[in-house]
Design a protein around this ligand. Structure first.
Ligand SMILES: *Cc1c(COP(=O)(O)O)cnc(C)c1O
Length: 498
């Protein structure tokens, strides 16, 4: 199985190369040359399968090139012990046909763990396959969730180092504490006196600098990135949509042969694209419901066919979805235009030059066949947290709340009441201020610090705080570097010389 670029100007590569390089040299995203066909037994056993078995069945399809033994070893390291429930991604039904797929039972309490617990092991095998002897040095700029998930995933994985840059004053107190207390011999965390864009620009410049790369190669090191356009981050996310379907069958909520809806709080379009690939493999999904916050560029795109990033950027209480250019959308675009790389290149050029592009009528119709979209304002998000708690005694985080609100709108406007699964992308205890404000009111939440809010939320609701978050307050700080944005290259050198 070979992997090709959505832009068609890079040669096809092996799976190992696709995973190790992330982005194709022509700037496109890697895809399998031929989309796999799922064998019948993947569907037959799904209601009784445990998570590692399901993961094996699905990864095998997309990562041909890995032996079954290699995949099993990677899967066991990722999902064997690191999640706080054997179900890995439990489905909690709050009423007869609405369930929350809890994707936050991993070490960092956000859904990115599902991919980032696995990716380091996939990369280590890929490096061996590609005959690569260099140490892999992962550079990550983060606005919060990705950095911590990468640190936990790569912690003490042989042959790797991970260096995370975060904006010193631009992440939530819980997120910062999660990073500066990080354990592991190969993990490095650096605060940058600047915003996320500066940290991200610094990392991109380092990854692109030819002389720096040569210098590192001479020292036996090779840079890589683990951002969400890496094929190796997308594939593990397909698994939990099968798991959700299996649960609906097992709990007899969905009769065999019937379809269900999937709602995904969306930012970079990775998570919902994984659900789409699940549907393409044969999962009986009716609509993929794309939920955005105030940064509603995807809502407009799915409704009108025009992607237009020329708009104000808002900071919201669901920060992991504050994004105006959803990189993974390019993979869907490739299908909408009939797998024509030249058409993809033309749209991407328009996006770069004019900030917008518009699909043809036919492409728009194709998009709307599979997807429905909506968004939630800040007030609606807060109201959704309160409503779900009051109605179901179930606590959700602001990202998940965006999904809930948009799902309500979907039901109202379509009358479609078939069973639905909302992806719960983070633990409510990761975003205490937003959740506490919704439940207790802005005044009572205003004075308290995040850890005090965490405690009062747990006390008031009886919901368990995930172990990784509960332990945070007592953990010693292990990373104290804070630098100017200009010092990023020097800092990487210093770290690698240690
Ligand atoms: C990253 C993230 C999202 C957005 O996921 P995409 O795959 O980028 O669409 C949503 N919610 C949370 C909590 C996240 O961390």
């Amino acid at each position: 199985m070979r992997y090709i670029s959505t832009r068609g100007q890079s040669p096809p590569v092996t799976v190992a190369t696709a995973l190790l390089s992330g982005l194709a040299p022509d700037g496109g995203l890697y895809l399998p040359e031929v989309f796999p066909v799922a064998p019948d037994d993947l569907f037959e056993g799904v209601a009784g399968s445990d998570y590692p078995d399901l993961a094996g069945g699905i990864l095998r399809l997309f990562l041909a090139g890995y032996t079954p033994e290699e995949l099993t070893a990677c899967i066991n390291k990722a999902y064997g012990r690191n999640f706080d429930t054997p179900a890995v991604t439990p489905l909690t039904m709050v009423d007869g046909n609405l369930g929350f797929l809890e994707l936050w039972h991993g070490p960092t309490a956000a859904f990115k763990d599902l991919a980032l617990q696995l990716l380091p092991h996939l990369l280590a095998v890929a490096a061996a396959k590609a005959g690569q002897k260099e140490e892999i040095v992962l550079l990550v700029a983060t606005s919060g969730d990705t950095g911590k998930a990468a640190l936990e995933g790569f912690k003490d994985v042989p042959g790797t180092k991970v260096i995370v840059f975060f904006p010193e004053d631009g992440v939530s107190p819980v997120q910062k504490r999660q990073m500066v207390t990080q354990e592991g011999k190969n993990t490095f965390v650096v605060g940058v006196r600047g915003n996320f864009d500066q940290a991200q620009a610094g990392v991109k410049a380092l990854l692109a600098a030819e002389d720096f790369r040569r210098e590192m190669a001479a020292a036996g090191k090779r840079f890589s990135s683990a951002n969400s356009i890496n094929w190796g981050r997308l594939v593990p996310q397909v698994v939990y949509y099968f798991k959700a379907w299996g649960e609906l069958l097992r709990q007899q909520i969905l009769p065999p042969g019937e379809t269900f809806n999937v709602v995904v709080p969306t930012g970079n379009f990775g998570n919902i694209l994984a659900a789409y690939y699940g549907k393409k493999l044969g999962l009986p999904i009716h609509k993929l419901i794309c939920a955005s916050n105030r940064n509603n560029v995807l809502t407009d795109f799915i409704r009108t066919g025009e992607y237009n990033r020329n708009r104000r950027f808002y900071q919201t209480i669901s920060p992991s979805m504050d994004i105006l250019v959803s990189s993974n959308l390019e993979r869907l675009l490739y299908e909408l235009v009939g797998e024509d790389p030249e058409a993809v290149v033309a749209y991407m050029n328009q996006l770069r030059q004019a900030g917008s592009y518009r699909l043809t009528e036919r492409e728009r119709a194709r998009l709307q066949e599979g997807f429905w979209a909506g968004f939630a304002t800040e007030e609606e998000t807060t109201a959704a947290i309160k409503e779900v708690y009051e109605r179901y005694h179930y606590l959700i985080d602001p990202h998940t709340a965006v999904g809930y609100k948009v799902y309500q709108d979907y039901r109202t406007s379509t009358g479609d009441t078939r069973p639905a699964v909302i992806a719960a992308t983070a633990s409510p205890f990761k975003f205490n201020r937003g959740v506490a404000t919704a439940l207790f009111g802005a005044e009572s939440a205003a004075d308290a610090d995040e850890f005090a809010l965490m405690e009062s939320l747990a006390e008031a609701t009886g919901a368990p705080v995930p172990p990784g978050l509960a332990a945070l307050k007592a953990k010693p700080v292990r990373h104290r570097r804070v630098i100017e944005p200009e010092a990023m290259a020097a800092t990487v050198r210093a770290i690698l010389d240690e």
